[in-house]
Design a binder for this molecule. Structure first.
Ligand code: ATP
Ligand code: MG
Length: 422
């Protein structure tokens, strides 16, 4: 029996991987330009961290975690998201004791869900977490930052910012009671999941995808009409900042986010292009999470971008030019020429740092070697055969210009390459 990849795990073949790399390479300098510092976090955390911080009645903890008992009998979990681990680390290492932090991380997350387009069991996120700032200025900053990322990726017209405020814990509590009252009266018409959530996590009913439930929600009381004064003031402040910076948004009063820890500002960047997996970035404030972990009250806000979905968008919009891997390709004919071609390549790599040079290995017809050179994206092919070796020369064949091929000495070749690639 052939061994296959585990369900939900993807192989990123070179063409896809190049797109992921392009997305990351575009996002990283934006984060840097806003003064954010990268932090490296473990892929494995204690199971109890997620149970406590993400919340027992969330999809993630209820049914999506990869949890194992390790060889010493401890319960460990492959991280399903990055915020909990980042809060744990910031707290454990004293990063948030009386100081402000703007942190970011990139890496794989793991969730046991049904694999489909834009939904995998191992997926990639770039996340940002900011500590010590109560907002709404920092909320605006991370929204400016995400808007800048879409701009740099050429995706601005593909995405929409959807915004909501969840209020603080007490205004949310009062709202919850009202929502339960409203929905209980119509319990028969709710879908099965929502019926269950009525007891465990009624706010999650708001983002139900079930048509019947959605119809009932049209008349439901809205969280945003029940905000406490501070949340309302902060939300207005955030909206003003977005408007003055000309970052368009829509208010979506049904956004609650899947995790328990959010309060006040929550948001999603969505696209119409990826079907049901339309959220490419989600985040919000989580002002009580640090305390939840035993720390001092610390205001905090963050978001995570789903890299796989962004890569799909980039691929579909063909925002990247298809760039080849090579600048220069060296073909050879005969064993002596093959040896010389290896040595020439080493000399050029030493003298032209940054130039991507591919060498043909093994035997092979010149024609098929040149075909590979062409597919590699290289601008120039060098050809070494018996004649060239005898004359201590090399044949230079431009692949993307009309110029004819020419023979030259190795020193002349270096002068020529300097002209072409500098
Ligand atoms: P969804 O509603 O699509 O399940 P979510 O609310 O569970 O998303 P978050 O926990 O907010 O997602 O994670 C932030 C982002 O990570 C999502 O907006 C999405 O882009 C991405 N993401 C989440 N789960 C997956 C997955 N299984 N595969 C690929 N990307 C994912
Ligand atoms: Mg999910």
């Amino acid at each position: 029996m052939k061994i296959q990849a585990v369900r939900g795990m993807q192989d990123l073949l070179p063409e896809s991987k190049a797109i992921y790399r392009y997305v990351e390479d575009t996002i990283r300098p934006v984060l840097k330009s806003y003064g954010y510092s990268e932090i490296g976090l473990p892929v494995i955390e204690s199971t109890v961290l997620f149970e406590r911080l993400v919340g027992e009645s969330t999809d993630i903890v209820e049914k999506e975690m990869y949890t194992f008992t390790d060889r010493s009998g401890d319960s460990i979990t492959l991280r399903p998201e990055g915020t909990a681990g980042c809060v744990r680390s910031a707290q454990q290492n004293g990063l948030i004791y009386n100081q402000m932090q703007r942190l970011w991380y990139a890496g794989s997350m793991f969730r046991y869900e049904r694999p489909q387009k834009g939904r995998f069991r191992q997926f990639e996120q770039i996340g940002v977490e900011c500590f010590g700032m109560p907002g709404p200025d920092i909320d605006a900053e991370i929204l400016f930052l995400t808007a800048r990322i879409w701009q740099e990726l050429g995706l601005t017209s593909e995405v929409t910012l959807e915004l909501n405020s969840l209020g603080n814990v007490s205004s949310r509590g009062a709202y919850k009671t009202e929502l339960i009252e409203y929905l209980s009266a119509r319990e028969d018409e709710l879908d099965e999941d929502s019926k269950k959530r009525l007891q465990t996590n009624p706010l999650r009913i708001l983002d139900s995808k079930d048509a019947g439930t959605q119809a009932i929600l049209k008349e439901a009381p809205l969280l945003i009409d029940h905000l406490d004064d501070e949340s309302k003031r902060d939300f207005d402040g955030l909206r003003e900042l977005l408007e003055r910076a000309q970052v368009p948004y829509v208010i979506n009063p049904l956004i609650v986010r899947g995790l328990d820890y959010y309060n006040k500002t929550v948001f999603e960047w969505t696209t119409a292009s990826l079907g049901a997996q339309g959220t490419v970035c989600g985040g919000g404030r989580y002002d009580t999470l640090v305390e939840e972990l035993g720390g001092r009250p610390t205001p905090a806000v963050g978001f995570a971008i789903g890299l796989d979905r962004v890569a799909l968008l980039v691929a579909e919009n063909s925002v990247t030019d298809k760039v080849g891997d090579l600048d220069l390709f060296i073909a050879s004919l005969g064993s002596e020429a093959r040896t010389e071609s290896m040595l020439l390549a080493e000399q050029l790599r030493r003298n032209f740092v940054g130039l991507n040079i591919g060498v043909h290995c093994g035997d092979g017809k010149l024609k098929s070697q040149l075909k590979r050179a062409d597919n590699s994206g290289a601008l120039i092919a060098l050809i070494l055969g018996e004649d060239e070796i005898a004359a201590a020369e090399v044949t230079v064949k431009p692949l993307r210009a009309e110029d004819p091929q020419r023979r030259m000495s190795w020193p002349a070749l270096e002068r020529y390459l300097k002209k072409v690639f500098d």
